[in-house]
Design a protein around this ligand. Structure first.
Ligand code: COA
Length: 361
């Protein structure tokens, strides 16, 4: 049996991560055998008897009970924030409730989301540039249609092809953070919209889908190949992470980077600007020498998109335009054989803390 087969075997026996400890925490502890629940060291019975919700919120956030002035300040801040802006309340009136999570309906929703993500990303970008959104072209594929809606003119066959392959390369990646998030949410039998929304949140972080934008920001900040080595060495000396390098799973080159490196070069040559490709190659060489780290999917996608004329902050939404297919595939799989995903945390906080009345703290 291969390692991966072994892993699958173990995973199959532990569906829903039941009993699997995935991290340490002091926030709370559930002692199933004793029927005990502890928040930051305080037994829930003590808190139910003597505390109140705002005070418990403070305790959870700060690992200790508040003094009177701190609790008053928290209550004031919460009260001040109660009001939700009217446009948001109006939006609530228009949101439909999606309750059907059958495969048939979920697959239709997956198709709709995959079709509409590009339309939304392109429209959002044009609106902020003071332009009108461009109507989609139903006869074109997703790559061509997206680039057309973004720029208002049809892309070259080459650009459309490169973009199409970028979508292929980003479509799925097993249980990465956003996909795992989608599966956790789907595992509660929440609908597909809720699951995808949660996944988008996870993707947006700089350690995940947000890395590609930051790769380009780093290249722009370095500015010139001459500055690259000293910039990177200093960043590494300051223990800063260089975006686009390293991976939680791959210990080799990310297979997607192999294609994207080629595209970065090709795109650069086509537009007569290979500067960013050359800087990327140099950065790759320095990172291998200094840290033994390979580039990941986000590294060369950055310079590829940049040379294609795509705004920096669209790189992560573009990731979502592709990954929506993987997310929804995982959501469908989760619904088909669902078990609530509920791992355990190892409680490392205090126990048996005595509740002290607020004015005696
Ligand atoms: N730049 C500099 N050092 C890095 C690094 C990076 N991009 N990625 C990892 N390292 C270093 C870590 O600091 C750590 O060094 P240490 O042992 O001296 O502390 C070592 O390599 C192991 O890294 P670790 O963070 O444990 O790896 P991980 O498997 O948990 O993390 C990532 C994987 C992807 C989160 C991490 O590589 C990273 O933050 N990369 C940059 C963000 C990125 O490109 N994300 C997109 C992923 S597709």
């Amino acid at each position: 049996m291969t390692d991966k087969a072994n892993e699958s075997h173990t995973a199959a026996a532990a569906t829903g991560l039941r009993g699997v400890v995935v991290g340490a925490s002091t926030v709370s502890d559930v002692v199933g055998d004793k029927g005990e629940l502890i928040y930051q060291g305080y037994n829930i019975h003590e808190l139910a008897k003597s505390s109140n919700f705002e005070e418990v919120a403070f305790l959870l956030w700060n690992k200790r009970l508040p003094r009177r002035a701190e609790l008053d300040e928290l209550k004031r801040a919460i009260g001040e924030a109660y009001t939700v802006p009217k446009p948001i309340i109006d939006l609530l009136r228009q949101i439909p409730q999606a309750r059907d999570i059958s495969r048939e309906v979920s697959l239709k929703t997956s198709i709709k989301l995959t079709a509409q993500f590009p339309t939304l990303v392109a429209a959002a970008d044009r609106i902020r540039r003071g332009l009108d959104p461009v109507e989609p072209l139903p006869d074109e594929n997703i790559a061509t249609n997206f680039l057309y809606m973004l720029k208002g003119e049809k892309p070259s066959e080459h650009d459309a092809h490169v973009f199409d392959v970028c979508l292929v390369l980003h479509a799925d990646h097993e249980l990465n953070a956003s996909t795992f998030t989608a599966r956790v949410v789907a595992g509660t039998l929440a609908n597909i919209y809720a699951s995808v929304t949660a996944a988008i949140g996870a993707l947006s972080g700089p350690l995940h889908g947000g890395a590609n934008t930051n790769v380009m920001k780093t290249l722009l900040e370095i500015g010139d190949i001459e500055n690259l080595e000293s910039f990177i060495k200093q960043a590494l000396a300051e223990k800063r992470k260089i975006m686009g390098f390293g991976h939680a799973v791959y210990r080799t080159e990310d297979p997607r980077a192999t294609h994207l490196r080629k595209f970065s070069k090709e795109m650069g040559e086509r537009v007569g600007n290979t500067k960013w490709y050359e800087m990327s190659r140099k950065l790759e060489e320095v990172m291998m020498r200094e840290k033994g780290l390979y580039p990941n999917v986000d590294f060369f996608s950055a310079s590829t998109y940049y040379v294609m004329g795509i705004p920096l902050d669209l790189y992560t939404p573009i990731f979502a335009i592709s990954r929506i297919t993987g997310w929804t595939a995982h959501i469908l799989e989760q619904y088909a054989d669902n078990k609530l995903i509920r791992p355990r945390a190892e409680y490392v906080g205090p126990r048996n803390l005595q509740y002290i009345a607020i004015d005696k703290r």
